[in-house]
Design a protein around this ligand. Structure first.
Ligand code: NAP
Ligand code: ZN
Length: 363
């Protein structure tokens, strides 16, 4: 064995119940997976709720060529749980605490990105699922499981006033929308567009509203109008209606694009004012077509953003605690996950599925 490999045989482990996809075309079904016994710096959680992100669907169906899926795949990166065991060096958590885990479970800890608190951009980041697992030699397995073991740095504190089923989605949908809005300086009085009222989009509306922005929702679903206003939007535009779209040309400071499927980004870029920015968080399977003039004529910029660092994720959770923000969830048992995926692929969820993980006990 070389020094760069972990001694996976020597690492003591236990078995956990989970749901996995066996291939890109198969439904999720019960499986038993290995978990490492908690080491010195580890926190073991009994999972209570796990949100269903559209990324789970992209990855289960192997839609991202840049991130090929290894099967069996146990998705889930919006995890809330109860601490069952901690390693001897863990000081921030104790058994019985409610805690949360998002999209990352490890990083190298000493690169520029990690030192800047941006672990999500670390070249050695370990994502919660579908990343090489340095401890067990397989890939990491996510939150659709009754238990998970995570290095303490990647475990977060949950504000005590929030409903836990609705907290789970904050760990991806919350931070993925909070981080770019903080980065691009969204404050009171800014005009912010949110494209796509799904799991991410509805969190973006709540957070932008709490930051004091004037929020315009762009949706393809005219039946989501009332909801958008209730969630905190000041205006709702049905994006297929060119008249409604044209009223916002050259006016928005910032647009967050949270659409999971192919669409024309140029239609939204022209709504930005001079020097305005549009950030892509939605990650459709196919590349976007970009017309250079959408940017050139008003010095607009187009960027992307990946979740958020650990310190900022804690900041977001505390912000949500202070502002009483959780996701609007449909709570489902694990056994309904395939039906939920079908509905998610049709943009038919209000606005996030949250799996009640106690349902796995009877499996
Ligand atoms: P979601 O709940 O399925 O929401 C996506 C929304 O996109 C839908 O509700 C719908 O909104 C809109 N949409 C769907 N199909 C469309 C189409 N053909 N044309 C136009 N609009 C369409 O998904 P999500 O969980 O919020 O995730 C959204 C995207 O973000 C996914 O691609 C996901 O992988 C990605 N993501 C990225 C990050 C990151 O760090 N960058 C993190 C998490 C997720 P309307 O009905 O309002 O039109
Ligand atoms: Zn996600």
């Amino acid at each position: 064995m070389t020094t760069t490999q972990f001694n996976s045989e020597a690492r003591s482990q236990y078995k956990a119940k989970a749901f996995a996809a066996a291939s890109a075309g198969s439904p999720l079904s019960p499986i038993t997976i290995p978990r490492r016994d908690p080491g010195e710096h580890d926190v073991q959680l009994e999972t209570l709720f796990c949100g269903i992100c559209h990324s789970d669907l992209h990855i289960v169906r192997s839609e991202w060529s840049a991130m090929p899926t290894v099967y069996p795949c146990v998705p889930g990166h919006e995890i809330v749980g109860r601490v069952t065991k901690v390693g001897s060096a863990v000081t921030k958590f104790k058994p019985g605490d409610v805690a949360a885990v998002g999209c990352m479970v490890d990083s190298d800890g000493d690169c520029t990105e990690c030192r800047d608190g941006l672990e999500q951009y670390c070249p050695h980041v370990t994502f919660t699922y579908n990343s090489p697992d340095a401890h067990l030699g397989c890939v990491t397995y996510g939150g659709y499981s009754d238990s998970i073991v995570v290095k303490d740095h990647f475990v977060l504190h949950v504000p005590s006033n929030l409903n836990l089923a609705g907290v789970a989605p904050l760990l991806c949908a919350g931070i993925t929308t909070y981080s770019p809005m903080r980065h691009w300086g969204i404050t009171k009085g800014k005009k912010v567009g949110v494209v796509g009222l799904g799991g991410l989009g509805h969190m973006a509306v709540k957070i932008a509203n709490a930051l004091g922005a004037n929020v315009v929702v762009f949706t393809t679903s005219s039946n989501k109008k009332e909801d958008a206003l209730r969630l905190g939007a000041d205006e709702v535009v049905v994006s297929r209606d060119t008249n409604q779209m044209s009223r916002h040309v050259n006016s928005l400071d910032f647009i967050l694009d949270a659409v999971s499927a192919e669409h024309d980004i140029n239609l939204y870029l022209q709504l930005l004012r001079r020097d305005g920015n549009m950030t892509l968080v939605g990650a459709p399977e196919k590349p976007h077509a970009l017309a250079a003039f959408s940017l050139i004529m008003k010095r607009r910029s187009l960027s992307g953003s990946n979740i958020g660092g650990i310190a900022e994720t804690q900041e977001m959770l505390d912000f949500c605690g202070k502002n009483n923000i959780t996701a609007d969830v449909e709570v489902i048992p694990m056994q309904k996950v395939n039906e939920a995926y079908e509905r998610l692929s049709r943009a038919d969820v209000k606005y996030r599925f949250s799996i009640d993980m106690s349902s796995l006990k009877s499996q």
